[in-house]
Design a protein around this ligand. Structure first.
Ligand SMILES: Nc1ncnc2c1ncn2[C@@H]1O[C@H](COP(=O)(O)OP(=O)(O)O)[C@@H](O)[C@H]1O
Ligand SMILES: [Mg+2]
Length: 427
């Protein structure tokens, strides 16, 4: 059991980093959709309490998203294109806004707009959010379909579903008749389901065109990825870049390699906790449920015995199998005098955006599916993240103002990480 008197792993001098991964250059048909310098920060003064509070109003929250300024241009582009690749920083509003823009712009009204998500929880939480924004009951205009749960109706025009579910549907109906637009979201995660869907959707689109049926529009969305690869696969589809709202982030690496990343994470969290203002929240990236539950308990125990003058702490776990009501808690603002500490799997990397995070603690580890040829089995193994993932994680700290990312590995170790996450199909 880690001790509470541990020392912060020595960190090297910070580096100022721009957290957007240098996207593959040479996309001839790329477009920048908003101009730098026009970003608005309506909530920067009331950091950490803004995003989910109802006082601001859900409509003005929508309008303050970076994507809003590109709405007209985007709609113009998406109206004419059969395929498009849309790249934008996490939290810029791709997943929640694009389906609504399409609907509001009357694009694809003849059918349903499908939005795929690699994770069940993301599908549910996004559908809930979008139906709230549309001021509509969930399951009516906006619905979701995940395994064992289908909350859609005849009225449903925007449907969030797991990539696995869409794949299942496509087996029964390869032309995907129901859908007018398919948005393949979080494409960089390269799950087997999404990867296979690329092929299925491409074939459906082609076949429908040949048969003179309702055209199928395909939009591939991601925070970061090998754009050229995807664009090439979809017959040179244009890449639309969305200017995000990203503030500088100081990156710290440990001086020495850490043998126990859990201990290192724990010590780092409490060190930050004792030094930073309480309103600045901490997001810690860990690997899985058991580890997160154990760490949550340890943090709560330690937090009970902190010296006077230290802020209070609310510790919240976040992982895919956590009951939905508990997952929603991470969006709530911590009470006055409390710091929110979220212990999460890679789910908080791109699929869920949490407001108010100033500090990110990155263990550099992730639990991912891996195929072992010896046994012929698929196992979930803890492994190193890719550089792209490390940048995504760091980016979570700079959403509303400048932030800090503590990487619990050395810079040399980081340099050895893979550039991109290896597609699941190749693991
Ligand atoms: N369930 C939710 N509750 C509160 N706010 C949310 C929820 N889901 C999304 N948001 C807000 O909507 C914004 C846009 O999110 P999203 O469309 O998922 O961005 P992207 O897909 O570009 O990463 C987020 O920054 C967040 O503040
Ligand atoms: Mg998204």
């Amino acid at each position: 059991m880690p001790q509470r008197t541990g020392e912060l792993p020595p960190f090297k001098k910070p580096k100022l980093a721009s957290t957007t991964l240098p996207l593959a250059s040479g996309s001839r048909r790329a477009m920048l959709l908003t101009t730098p310098g026009t970003k608005r920060h309506p909530s920067s003064s009331s950091l950490s309490s803004s995003s989910s509070s109802s006082s601001i109003g859900i409509d003005s929250q929508r309008r303050s998203l970076p994507i809003f300024q590109a709405r007209g241009t985007l709609l113009g582009q998406l109206r004419t294109l059969d395929c498009a690749v849309l790249i934008g920083e996490t939290g810029s509003g791709k997943t929640t806004q694009i389906p609504q823009y399409l609907y509001e712009g009357g694009i694809g009204r003849q059918g349903i707009v499908a939005v795929t998500q690699p994770r069940r929880v993301a599908a549910i939480s996004l559908a809930t959010r979008v139906s709230d924004e549309k001021k509509n009951e969930l399951g009516k205009l906006v619905g979701y379909t995940v395994r064992f749960e289908d909350l859609t109706s005849d009225e449903t025009k925007i449907k969030f579903l797991t990539d696995g579910m869409l794949l299942r549907e496509a087996i029964g109906d390869p032309l995907m008749h129901k859908y007018s637009v398919v948005i393949l979201d979080e494409a960089h995660e390269r799950t087997i389901h999404t990867d296979v869907l690329f092929g299925v959707v491409k074939a459906a689109q082609k076949k429908r065109k040949e048969l003179g049926k309702l055209p199928l529009k395909v939009i591939v969305m991601s925070a970061t990825m090998d754009v050229d690869l995807f664009s090439h696969y979809f017959n040179g589809a244009p890449v639309l870049y969305l200017e995000g709202r990203q503030h500088p982030i100081q990156i710290f690496y440990t001086k020495q390699s850490q043998s126990d990343y859990l201990q290192a994470a724990l010590v780092t969290v409490f060190q930050i906790h004792q030094e930073a203002t309480y309103s600045q929240d901490i997001l810690v990236f860990l690997t899985g449920q058991e580890e997160i539950e154990a760490m949550t308990k340890t943090c709560r125990d330690i937090a009970k015995h902190l010296p006077d003058g230290c802020p209070q702490m609310v510790v919240m776990p976040l992982y895919a199998s956590l009951p939905y009501s508990q997952q929603l808690r991470v969006f709530q603002v911590a009470p006055k005098g409390y710091r929110k500490v979220i212990l999460s799997t890679n789910i908080a990397e791109t699929s869920i955006t949490i407001a108010g995070i100033k500090y990110v603690v990155d263990t550099g580890m992730v639990k991912a599916k891996k195929y072992t040829p010896q046994s012929g089995l698929e196992v979930l193994a803890v492994q190193r993240i890719s550089k792209a993932q490390a940048w995504q994680r760091a980016g979570r700290a700079g959403r509303e103002e400048s932030g800090f990312c503590y990487r619990l590995y050395t810079e040399d170790e980081f340099e050895k990480f893979d550039k991109m996450t290896v597609p699941e199909i190749q693991r």
